[in-house]
Design a protein around this ligand. Structure first.
Ligand SMILES: [Zn+2]
Length: 136
């Protein structure tokens, strides 16, 4: 093995190690916040659904890279564990957003009108969330 190869190989190995460490830290955060996210999300869903009264199935907390939440056609709701780190207003908006997808599976005006029934300033909150890279 010549020395250039050794140096290159050494750098590569160190990089792999660093990436692994970062992934591990992310998973630790997921484990750390998952339980409180489950409780928070379920309580908020129950609260807002007293108003909307929609039917949903499974509620799952995920470790997603790009989304705050999602709603499947089967009525399963998914939320990012990082929701626990947001402000109350932002949390409420995300919960209501996914809840309203149970009725309107799109982002039509009818959908936003439903959201606005409980979150009057949804536009502002929505743009405040846009500064984060995650989406809905
Ligand atoms: Zn949406």
């Amino acid at each position: 093995m010549n020395s250039i190869y050794k140096i290159f190989f050494g750098i590569k190995k160190r990089r792999v190690y660093r990436v692994k460490k970062r992934v591990k830290r992310k998973n630790l955060n997921y484990l750390k916040y998952k339980e409180s996210a489950v409780i928070l999300v379920k309580n908020k869903l129950e609260y807002f659904n007293q108003f909307y009264n929609y039917k949903y199935n499974r509620v799952t907390i995920k470790n997603q890279k790009t989304r705050w939440g999602s709603c499947s056609k089967k009525g399963n709701l998914n939320f990012n564990y990082k929701i626990v780190l947001l402000s109350q207003k932002q949390i409420d908006y995300i919960i209501v957003h996914e809840l309203c997808h149970l009725k309107e599976f799109n982002h039509s005006q009818r959908f936003w009108d439903l959201v606005a029934l409980t979150i009057l300033d949804y536009k502002e909150i929505r743009s405040s969330l846009r500064t984060n890279s995650l989406q809905l």
